[in-house]
Design a binder for this molecule. Structure first.
Ligand code: BGC
Length: 737
């Protein structure tokens, strides 16, 4: 991770700094504080109720106002009726789409395709900006290693590198436009920082993250966001080391401003400045205001405490005018860089073409699907060979549920469900017997089971759409037991009695602990919440119009008690190996404490996940051969080039995500047993081979070290290349001292 001098000071572009200085000289204290104030409003009289404050310059931004006529009326007042004519930031959570919804971020991450992720963000920006929105609270780049935490749905998974690459792609998609800028959104890297470590996977909970872990695991994606030019940051609701993130001068001042030279704006999370009082950190809102403003929070999201208390803090001399100017300058810089002060913000760009949007949503959904199991080539299904299919489950035909969490503006009427897509694809050629079996995924009423079984008996194959509704993940929607909700496992077992091939399609916002139920499926696709075009993408995949190419961006536990479980764990002094692990059912009666392995594992779950990070099957197979390095010794500042031959050894074309992992064998701090460093999607025809090449510089091996500096350390490194995080095709190289 770089230091301040490594990042280009972007401050003096296009006269922006002098325009900021000029404005600050002319603004009153009240107008300055207005730029730090974000408000919400609802009902029929939004314009009337906000007009006086906007006219007086007491509002810099609004949230959750979505009527473009209202937005334009507010912008008109800000630009033409307020003294300095500064437009408003119009904020909305455009997380994985606006009207057209792409897969959940966790599903997008499963594509391992930054291009498609960038394109989805671009589309979301085009759709949202057409309705007046100019600021989104995405990407969410919290490292998420605990699937109990409902917000894992919004995350890009467990890995710092993958999250950094995908987060940067989203930022570029939101912020960068070929057509000039009116169709962009300012992006927001959130939640800074450590929110994903909420204890017990319970949302908003406290976190315990030592500085080594913080800097080596949680912060790298945020640094990648700064490098990608993200306009804003949002603080986390959680506390870390006893200090709520919204008041953390360490995070906001030391790391973000001083070390990373970030010069955009930081927004609090929803009312999180006031919540410093609730945390038991600040005695009252005045002190909370003091703490947040001193640490470096620019914008108070809907709390109103900056507006109420900053004036007195300035008059008392506790907050200096220089500090106010620095905060306001950062907000003005965001507005200036986004071009808001150089165009007519009431001229809204056109909506993108509906067909283009749907095609992209379909492609993204196809690439987000992960094939977890495919016994005996059950998939793809062959429409010629089947006369009927039973389509069963609570999620086969739920247009809203397949969109997932955070879809305030998602248009469920655009959704094409799996049932609808199969119906139109098969067009009567294969009969479909649709039975829900269960009212909801969490219902316990088994009275529909026999009808479902009857449908299965009448059909040549069963396709089950199970998992979790959108409401079971997302903010504040955490679960302690992350098995399939309700009696869905019983339904699966019941349907097996029909003796037909059973294909499972799981729609969910988190990795579920599937345990032994996996064996009840002949084939299993993990579809996350796949968005508007989830149905066609699933139908395309079931019938082999596309081959699955997604790979897990997060490890899947066998059972809930294993979490957190992730591939980049530490070796420990007593690593488990297959021959040291014993299962509770196999402990002999005469066993003693020391006869039981004495390594790091669970007696009932071993030490491995059910499916590892990076895992995913296709309809073809890939062989990895001839791993070679250009050299095995490098010096600090040099690179090593690794190459591998990838061959499609199967019968159909397919796409493989080639992954490169390293291990720093000895270091001044214990290092993960594997770290993803590079990946590439490669599409090959049957029989085709390609040499895939990766270059790794010693900077790619840098980490936050025992002496509290960043850098690589000399010594031996393992390097592996393969199709998931357990690949054993490896070699080694050295950084010579
Ligand atoms: C969430 C943020 C979100 C904000 C605004 C909060 O509750 O934590 O992620 O951007 O609300 O809706």
């Amino acid at each position: 991770m770089g230091n301040a001098h490594e990042i280009k000071a972007a401050g003096n572009d296009n006269g922006i700094e002098s325009r900021i200085r000029d404005l600050l000289e002319r603004m009153t204290l009240e107008q300055k504080i207005g730029q730090l104030n974000q408000v919400q409003a609802w009902g029929d009289n939004i314009v009337e109720s906000l007009a006086p404050a906007i006219r007086a310059g007491r509002v810099g931004s609004v949230i959750n106002i979505v009527d473009p006529n209202v937005i334009n009326a507010l912008q008109h007042i800000a630009v033409h009726e307020s003294e300095h004519g500064i437009p408003l930031l119009i904020a909305r959570d455009v997380i994985h789409g606006y009207h057209t919804v792409a897969p959940l971020p966790i599903g997008q991450a499963a594509s391992w395709n930054p291009e498609v992720v960038r394109a989805c963000a671009r589309l979301a920006a085009q759709e949202a900006s057409a309705f007046g929105v100019n600021w989104t609270f995405a990407p969410m780049i919290d490292i998420s290693r605990d699937p109990r935490w409902g917000r894992i749905a919004e995350s890009l998974g467990e890995d710092p590198y993958l999250t950094g690459v995908m987060g940067a792609a989203m930022i570029e998609g939101f912020q960068v436009s070929e057509t000039g800028g009116a169709d962009t959104l300012v992006a927001c890297a959130k939640h800074f920082a450590g929110y994903g470590a909420s204890e017990a996977g319970r949302d908003y909970n406290t976190t315990n993250i030592p500085e080594n872990e913080l800097r080596n695991v949680y912060l790298p994606p945020f640094f990648a966001a700064v490098e990608a030019g993200v306009g804003t940051f949002m603080t986390s609701f959680s506390d870390i080391d006893g200090i709520p993130a919204t008041a953390s001068d360490f995070l906001l001042d030391q790391v973000l401003r001083k070390e990373w030279s970030f010069d955009g704006a930081v927004v609090s999370d929803w009312d999180s400045i006031h919540q410093l009082v609730v945390h038991g950190f600040s005695e009252n809102d005045v002190e909370a205001t003091y703490e947040a403003a001193s640490a470096g929070v620019e914008i108070d999201m809907i709390g109103g405490v900056y507006e109420r208390h900053l004036p007195e803090l300035v008059h008392q001399g506790r907050i200096s005018m220089d500090r106010i100017d620095a905060l306001v300058g950062n907000v003005l810089r965001v507005k200036l860089r986004a071009g808001l002060m150089d165009r007519d913000v009431t001229q809204l760009p056109p909506e993108p073409a509906r067909m283009t949007a749907l095609n992209l949503a379909r492609q993204a959904a196809q690439q987000s699907l992960v094939l977890l199991r495919n016994e005996g080539g059950t998939l793809p299904l062959n429409a010629e060979a089947l006369s009927s299919i039973a389509v069963i489950g609570a999620l086969a035909d739920e247009p809203a549920e397949q969109l997932g969490t955070w879809v305030f503006d998602g248009d469920a009427e655009r959704s094409v469900t799996p049932l609808a897509a199969l119906t139109s694809m098969l067009d009567g050629q294969v009969a479909l017997h649709h039975v829900r079996g269960l009212e909801t995924t969490r219902s316990k009423d088994t009275s529909g089971f026999d009808t479902a079984l009857h449908a299965a008996e009448q059909s040549d194959a069963v396709v089950l759409f199970i998992g979790e509704e959108a409401i079971l993940s997302g903010e504040a929607h955490c679960r302690a037991d992350i098995t399939l909700p309700g009696v869905q496992e019983d339904l699966v077992r019941h349907l097996r009695e029909a003796g037909k091939p059973v294909v499972g399609v799981i729609l969910a916002g988190r990795p579920l602990a599937l345990g032994g139920i996996v064996d009840a499926f002949d084939a299993l696709i993990y579809a996350w919440h796949p968005g508007t075009m989830g149905g066609p993408a699933i139908a395309d995949t079931l019938f082999g119009r596309v081959a699955p190419s997604g790979k897990l961006p997060v490890s899947f536990p066998t059972m809930s008690g294993q979490v957190p479980i992730y591939y980049g764990y530490k070796q420990t002094g007593r690593p488990a190996t297959p021959d040291t692990v014993i299962h509770i059912d196999e402990i002999p009666a005469a066993a003693t404490q020391t006869s039981l392995g004495m390594t790091t594992f669970h007696l009932d779950a071993g030490y491995e996940p059910l499916f590892p990070f990076g895992y995913g099957l296709s309809y073809t197979n890939f062989a990895y051969t001839d791993l070679a390095l250009d050299r095995h010794h490098i010096r600090m500042g040099e690179s090593v080039v690794a190459e591998i031959t990838l061959t499609n050894t199967g019968e159909v074309a397919g796409t493989e995500v080639v992954q490169l992992y390293i291990r720093d064998r000895f270091a001044s701090l214990t290092r993960p047993i594997r770290e993803l460093k590079r990946f590439e999607r490669v599409t090959l025809e049957p029989g085709e081979s390609r040499r895939v090449r990766f270059e790794l510089h010693t900077d790619d091996l840098a980490f936050f070290r025992r002496n509290k500096t960043y850098g690589a350390e000399p010594g031996a490194f393992d390097l592996w290349i393969g199709g998931d995080s357990t690949t054993d095709l490896g070699t080694e190289f050295h950084i010579d001292a």
